[in-house]
Design a binder for this molecule. Structure first.
Ligand code: F3S
Length: 397
């Protein structure tokens, strides 16, 4: 593999043992993947940092790195962790302390502690720039919506990439590796406006194309539904890459690159097939997978307004970001609590015990990604609901 003089110096030990060891892993992985060289990344996004998923070994590994003066070389953001940093939600104190030690180790290494899976909503990411990201929904989003280039990378590998600012050039880091193999056409010309339907379509497309790369011809009514489409697609796809007609920058170039693509027609009815209810009743509504941005939270507030500011009978938990909390201010957050709507910060139910801690065993959710992970990761059951219908369930049941 070709290495620049600077990369050779990092590998040789000119920048210390830690950098040498990180470079050895990156070069070795690059060799296995038949990468021709390394590329410099502009940003990295680390996932897999909840104490629930990495436990003591992960905590000790990150603390050892921080103690050895490891410092991130590029702008680095971090996925949701196992706790809400503004409220304990009844989570065990030892868990909280250990999660804070992980957060602190990442802080000392120079990470920006946004602790969100939607960093793409707060960064200006230019087309055809390189990134090393580990969170699948975010990988799918920046590839499809910005035409920014990243593979779906494992969390520990991204930590090493952040230390040296490099990844091997392979797969989605090459134009040829991004050529569509399938053209997927959604029947009808109505824009998709329902988050649940978008998520079910994402899952169906992944099932149909396997490890192929779809060029999707469909219309979507908002960014919120595109988030659901891509989060679900990325859950079921090995690489999390699709091009969306009319959305992805340079989409025509991608279409022209497709060499004898297989054409697949799908319908909303296909997407629903095989989706049976898992539970009859539910304890709470969960929204915010991926983390809700300000527009999505405002649509909930508008819904409450349209109902004359009543109180929901079942609690509604919404996972969101520090940016949304700051934009809303404490008065609005307190008012939402009076309506039984609770904003949850910096965490996600599949990497946190918080839903169990507040006595929730079954949620109603619009997120197909949550439906996949909740039973497996934290033993929580679900029923599916669709956008506003989720709110109706909470207010009317
Ligand atoms: Fe984010 Fe958790 Fe969903 S990390 S994408 S809220 S599963």
């Amino acid at each position: 593999m070709y290495l620049s003089k600077y990369e050779e110096a990092m590998l040789r030990g000119d920048y210390g043992d830690l950098i040498t060891r990180a470079m050895q892993v990156i070069v070795r992985v690059g060799d296995v993947l038949k990468a021709d060289r390394l590329i410099e990344v502009e940003t990295t996004h680390i996932a897999g940092v909840s104490y629930l998923t990495i436990g003591d070994p992960g905590l000790e590994y990150l603390e050892d790195l921080a103690k050895s003066n490891a410092r991130f070389h590029v702008f680095t953001t971090v996925n949701p962790v196992g706790i809400d940093i503004s409220s304990d939600w009844g989570i065990d104190k030892e868990f909280i302390n250990k999660q804070w030690r992980i957060i602190d180790a990442l802080r000392r290494m120079g990470a920006s502690l946004w602790l969100t899976c939607t960093p793409y909503e707060y960064l200006r990411i230019r087309p055809r720039t390189y990134h090393a990201w580990a969170e699948s929904n975010a990988v799918a989003y920046i590839n499809a919506v910005y035409d920014a280039w990243t593979e779906k990378l494992p969390g520990p590998f991204v930590v090493l990439s952040a230390l040296v600012g490099r990844v091997p050039r392979y797969g989605l880091y090459t134009l040829s590796g991004r050529a569509p193999t399938h053209i997927v056409r959604l029947e009808g010309d109505k824009a998709i406006n329902d988050p649940l339907i978008a998520g079910l379509l994402g899952r169906r497309i992944a099932e149909l194309v396997g490890d192929g790369k779809p060029y999707l011809v469909a219309k979507f009514g908002s960014n919120a539904v595109i988030k659901q489409l891509l989060a679900s697609y990325a859950t079921y796809s090995p690489h999390a890459f699709m091009v969306i007609d009319g959305v992805t920058p340079n989409h025509r170039e991608y279409l022209n690159m497709a060499d004898k693509p297989e054409v697949v027609d799908i319908s909303v009815g296909d997407a629903y097939r095989g989706t049976e209810a898992r539970a009859k009743d539910f304890d709470a509504v969960f929204l915010g997978c991926p983390h809700y941005g300000i527009e999505e939270v405002m649509s909930v507030i508008n819904y409450v307004k349209s109902r004359g500011f009543g109180r929901a009978r079942k609690p509604i938990y919404i996972a969101t970001t520090p940016f949304v909390i700051n934009a809303l201010g404490q008065d609005i957050i307190n008012r939402l609590k009076e309506f039984n709507i609770h904003l949850v910060l910096t965490t996600c139910p599949v990497v946190s015990p918080f839903l169990k801690s507040v006595g929730v065993g079954t949620v109603a959710t619009e997120s197909v990604k949550q439906m996949y992970y909740l039973p497996k990761m934290v033993g929580i059951n679900y029923i599916s609901c669709n956008g506003i219908e989720c709110l109706d369930l909470a207010f009317n049941s």
